[in-house]
Design a protein around this ligand. Structure first.
Ligand code: AMP
Length: 286
């Protein structure tokens, strides 16, 4: 049984669960709410996103889904199996709008820095050779510069609107982050576990690859096949199938990027395509 540690709440929990479901793993929540069975090979453990790197490093879970920021902050070696793309944010340095600090060069030595990420913050200021005093906190960093607890903060930002609302200005990026699938470093020591985890990684990868891609089908005149090959590059060129209409038309099928669908349909219609159908793809394994 492979144990997958998943965030029990917060920004990443919904997307992590959705991704596993789209890969074909169904949550059976009849058991205790802190665990769920995920088919015959996997068990999900629902824990705090911040604790997941430790769970996986200690072997309490075999793999986990959590933020790259939390993996980097934890610091101990873990295998990054897959970048999942969601939960995109950055760990940023921010100062009060009225502080006169407009860039990282303006941060005076000896500044107090409030953060939930002491390790990454320490490393960052060491890397730019600036001596600062860390003020480790457990949340709500935005308030720290307004109540005299710190001069600047290092906190997660996605749109920047929370900083703005709190009268803060972003002045530098410490780290870019997305959700990751991580695994314990000794997974491949057991052939069976290694194989199950590779299957899981491949399944999740196939879901991510299918995002933003569409399957397009159209009946096209046989006489314009050269144009069709140009319009529908597909993965290995379009699939062409006979239509039982006496040979005038063939069916062309191809995977097309969603970005290109609008233009592709217009081009297909120009060369006489009919019965155009576009569908979502659940999983894509080249
Ligand atoms: P949460 O459990 O909701 O506090 O957040 C857990 C993780 O969500 C963080 O460690 C980040 O990896 C990710 N995340 C994405 N965007 C943001 C954001 N704007 N603020 C905080 N966390 C974010």
């Amino acid at each position: 049984m492979i144990r997958i540690a998943l965030p029990n709440k917060g920004r990443l929990s919904e997307s992590a669960r959705e991704l596993l479901e789209r890969a074909g793993l169904e949550f059976d929540m009849r058991e205790r709410a802190l665990q769920a069975s995920l088919g015959p090979d996997f068990t999900a453990l629902f824990v705090n996103a911040r604790d997941i790197p430790e769970f996986v490093a200690d072997g309490a879970a075999d793999v986990g889904i959590t933020g790259g920021d939390l993996v980097a902050e934890y610091g101990r070696p873990l295998d990054t199996l897959l970048d999942l793309g969601f939960g995109r944010c950055r760990l940023a340095v921010a100062a009060r709008d009225d502080s006169g600090i407009a860039s990282i060069d303006d941060v005076p030595a000896g500044s107090r820095v409030a953060t939930v990420f002491p390790n990454l913050t320490r490393r960052y200021f060491e890397s730019i050779d600036r001596r600062v005093t860390l003020v480790p906190i457990s949340g709500a960093a935005e308030i720290a510069p307004h109540i005299g607890l710190a001069d600047i903060i290092v906190d997660l930002v996605s749109t920047g609107s929370t900083l703005k609302v709190n009268g803060l200005r972003e002045i530098a990026t410490v780290l870019d982050s997305t959700a990751l699938l991580i695994g314990r470093t000794d997974l491949s020591a057991d052939a069976e576990s290694g194989a199950r985890v590779r299957e899981l990684t491949g399944a999740l990868e196939s879901v991510l690859r299918a995002q933003g891609q569409r399957y397009l089908m159209a009946n096209v005149p046989r006489s314009v096949l050269a144009d069709i090959k140009r319009i529908l590059p597909g993965i290995n060129g379009p699939t062409i199938i006979d239509v039982m209409d006496g040979g005038e038309f063939v069916a062309a099928h191809a995977v097309v990027s969603q970005r290109d669908i609008y233009r592709t349909i217009a081009q297909l219609r120009e060369v006489g395509a009919q019965g155009i159908l576009v569908t979502k793809i659940e999983r894509l394994m080249p």
